[in-house]
Design a protein around this ligand. Structure first.
Ligand SMILES: Nc1ncnc2c1ncn2[C@@H]1O[C@H](COP(=O)(O)OP(=O)(O)OP(=O)(O)O)[C@@H](O)[C@H]1O
Length: 311
């Protein structure tokens, strides 16, 4: 992609790089959806953004069948900030790939904003991934030789949005994550880790997706820049975004509205229970999380979530 001169809308303030995203975050107008996706893009009901029921994922290989996800059911409501946590190999990424429509379950149903993902064509799935889901990765996945602004505009390249509007949306997304304006024309390999991750979050936001899926977004960051990135997620939540975040970090999980734990491919919902002895901070935070979960309210947070039942 050829880099072009920056075109920043008049009146864009030079944001100091405090790391904290602005508290007020207004939504960009959604990219005009394809006709088949109109109901997704314009739906305003309070139905769950994510509603998966009795999902299994079985991989086939020469070594045989590997049953990785077992009867997983899970709902995420609009505006929720949910952490998915669990030991390495427990199935978090497998579940995230299904939530992101990058993989399909072997059995079970997935309703994304009320739409049955299994009934979508490949083109429609691509539209869902492009327009309704924003992905954030541990390793940022930015193009290093490209400018910050061009990286953020990338998801709009395959739309018919004119260049000028692409730039305006990218600027809006970058402002929303608090990146200083004078960094917009920097190459991304000139940025700090925390700044790179904020650019990646801006890129995830540029299509105004319904949901942001973040896989270990603070995993490569020191505690200070990790804090800045978490502040950005909190600002997005305040702006009404739905966030699902994978983390190994108990303190990160404790900041979510709800922490869902996966062990051996089964989902447990409720307080975060670290494998090692908990700290006072984690115990206190876990109590808060447990109070917000329906399973905790029913006293069943230590049981596999919803085995064989209906949510
Ligand atoms: N395509 C595949 N074929 C076979 N097995 C797979 C495949 N993808 C994942 N697995 C297996 O599924 C299990 C869960 O993997 P997954 O990456 O979902 O775990 P995770 O909880 O995200 O782990 P980590 O925290 O280390 O990233 C692992 O044993 C992995 O080897």
């Amino acid at each position: 992609m050829v880099e072009s001169p920056l075109t920043i809308p008049r009146g864009t303030p030079a944001t100091p790089d405090t790391g904290a995203a602005p508290a007020s975050l207004t939504s960009t107008a959604p990219v005009a959806p394809f006709a088949s996706m109109a109901t997704l893009a314009t739906g305003t009901s309070s139905r769950p953004v994510i509603d998966i029921r009795h999902i299994h994922r079985i991989f086939e290989s020469e070594a045989g069948l590997a049953h990785i996800l077992h009867d997983v059911s899970l709902t995420v409501n609009p505006g929720e900030f949910v952490a998915i946590t669990g030991p390495s190999g427990s199935g978090k990424s497998t579940l995230m790939n299904i939530l992101g429509c990058l993989d399909t379950p072997t059995s079970g149903t997935y309703l994304l904003e009320g739409l049955n993902v299994a009934e979508l064509t490949d083109d429609e799935l691509a539209e869902v991934r492009a327009l309704r889901i924003g992905f954030v990765f541990q390793s940022f996945n930015l193009l290093p030789r490209m400018s910050v602004l061009d990286n953020v505009m990338l998801p709009l390249v395959y739309t018919d949005v004119p260049r000028r509007e692409r730039e305006m949306r990218a600027v809006h997304a970058l402002r929303s994550v608090g990146l200083p304006v004078d960094h917009y024309d920097h190459r991304t390999n000139e940025l700090s880790g925390g700044q790179m991750q904020r650019v990646a979050i801006a890129r995830a936001l540029v299509n105004d997706p319904a949901i942001i899926l973040a896989d270990e977004p603070t995993g490569n960051l020191d505690s200070v820049t990790g804090r800045q990135v978490m502040d950005t997620f909190h600002a997005l939540k305040r702006a009404g975004k739905t966030i699902v975040l994978i983390t190994h970090d108990a303190s990160v999980a404790a900041e979510a509205d709800r922490a869902i734990q996966i062990r051996d491919g089964r989902v447990y919902e409720g307080a975060y229970v670290p494998a090692a002895a908990t700290t006072g901070v984690v115990r206190a935070a876990s109590t808060d999380i447990a109070a917000t979960t329906s399973s905790a309210a029913s006293g069943s947070q230590s049981s596999p979530m919803n085995p064989g039942g209906v949510l």
